[in-house]
Structure formats: structure tokens, C-alpha cells
Design a protein around this ligand. Structure first.
Ligand SMILES: O=C(O)C(=O)C[C@H](O)[C@H](O)COP(=O)(O)O
Length: 218
């Protein structure tokens, strides 16, 4: 089976990842929060969003953001299976992100209209993805899989690979990641504190997004 991503998929992933230095990783429990949350993040300068499939509301949230926040690039996270991939595609996600990758997911991704950013944590997983023709990966869970040191080590043997590290990264740690030549953008949830989301404090979230959008390199 052919599992190689098309050039178009690879280009689309680069376009998305290059739009902002930080990708908010969202867990949306209340569907009605989706649009104001996305607007706050986009207004703060973070237009690329990863809506994780960790909640019942996730698919509806992707659809609502896609329809009502045209400036957002809304992607789906926690895409684990071929079924997840077709569900997020049907909901209007413009890309999919997975925390890891399986042969079944890679096979489904080659038939999908939207591109996949597969997750890797080890050199062997990275080699598997490279063998299939992928060059962009989520590095997850970043902090507990070796963080900055691991990414620096990957840059030697795997010069063509570039990453969106995610997992355990906050505003203080992000600049050091962004200074690495093989990091395009970082993912994280720090700009959406649970209490701000629960209270619908969109202003606070927009301010945190603005600070994240201003991050470049250490
Ligand atoms: O659900 C997924 O697919 C994930 O990849 C998990 C998220 O990437 C992390 O939960 C990031 O969140 P923080 O560590 O809070 O920044």
C-alpha cells in the first residue's frame, strides 16, 4: 500500500506550521465555548488551532470554528485512528495531528484530503515516518521525551526532519525550543488556563495568546 504523503500535503502542513510560533492545544468541553475561544486566540495572533478529540464536543467545535472563524486554521488533535481521521475531515478540519502514529493511521492519511502531522518520540519512530516520506512531525510528549536535548540530537542524523514539539511546554520553556533550527512552531495549552476557559474570560486568553504570538527565539 502506498503511504507516501503527497507533495501537496507536505506543502499544506508547512503553510500551517509557519503561520504562528505557537499552536494552542485545545480541549473544549462546552460546544458554546468553541467560537469565542477561537476568536480570542486568533485576535491575540495565534490563528493555528489544534482541537483535540478528547471531548464529546470536539467534532462540533471543529465544525463551528471552521464555519464562524474564517481566519483560523483549525486542525484536529488526538487523531488516533482512520475513523478519527475521516470524522475530522468531514467536520472541516484543515489538518490532523496525532500524538503517535500507526501503520493503519499512515495508510488512512495517504487517502485523506487533509494532511497529517504524525507524532513521534524516538529515533526509530522518526525513521519509520521518514521512510514513508514524511518530514514534519509532532514531537510528543516533548518535555518528558528528552525535550531540547533530544531535538538537538535528532538534528544530526535527521537533518531533513522538522518538528512541532508539544507536551509540557509553557511560556518560559517555549523560546528555547523556538531557537532550534529543526523546530518550526511549538504546541501547548498554557494560553488557555482552565479557570479562564471555565469563566469565559476571553480577554485574559487573548492577552496570553498575544504574549505567545510575540515569542520567537531565546
Ligand atoms: O491529546 C493529544 O493529542 C496531545 O497531544 C496532548 C497535548 O499535546 C498535550 O496535552 C499538550 O498540552 P500541554 O502539555 O498541557 O501543553
Amino acid at each position: 500500500m502506498n503511504t507516501t504523503p503527497t507533495n501537496l500535503h507536505a506543502q499544506r502542513i508547512d503553510q500551517v506550521l509557519l503561520r504562528a510560533p505557537v499552536v494552542p492545544v485545545l480541549s473544549i468541553a462546552r460546544l458554546e465555548d468553541a467560537v469565542p475561544l477561537a476568536r480570542a486566540l486568533v485576535d491575540g495572533g495565534l490563528p493555528v488551532l489544534e482541537v483535540t478529540l478528547r471531548t464529546e464536543a470536539a467534532i462540533g467545535a471543529i465544525r463551528a470554528i471552521r464555519e464562524q472563524v474564517p481566519d483560523a486554521s483549525v486542525g484536529a488533535g488526538t487523531v488516533l485512528t482512520a475513523r478519527d481521521l475521516s470524522a475530522v475531515e468531514a467536520a472541516g478540519a484543515s489538518f490532523a495531528i496525532s500524538p503517535g502514529a500507526t501503520d493503519a493511521l499512515y495508510a488512512a492519511a495517504s487517502d485523506a484530503r487533509i494532511p497529517l502531522l504524525p507524532g513521534i518520540a524516538t529515533a526509530s519512530e522518526l525513521m519509520h515516518g521518514l521512510e514513508l516520506g514524511y518530514q514534519r512531525f509532532k514531537f510528543f510528549p516533548a518535555e518528558s521525551s528528552g525535550g531540547i536535548g533530544a531535538l538537538k540530537s535528532f538534528a544530526g542524523p535527521f537533518a531533513q526532519a522538522k518538528f512541532c514539539p508539544t507536551g509540557g511546554i509553557d511560556a518560559a520553556r517555549a523560546p528555547a525550543y523556538l531557537s532550534l533550527s529543526n523546530v518550526i512552531t511549538v504546541g501547548g495549552s498554557w494560553m488557555v488556563p482552565a479557570d479562564a476557559l471555565a469563566a469565559g474570560d476571553w480577554q485574559r486568553i487573548a492577552n496570553l495568546a498575544r504574549a505567545a504570538a510575540a515569542l520567537r527565539i531565546a
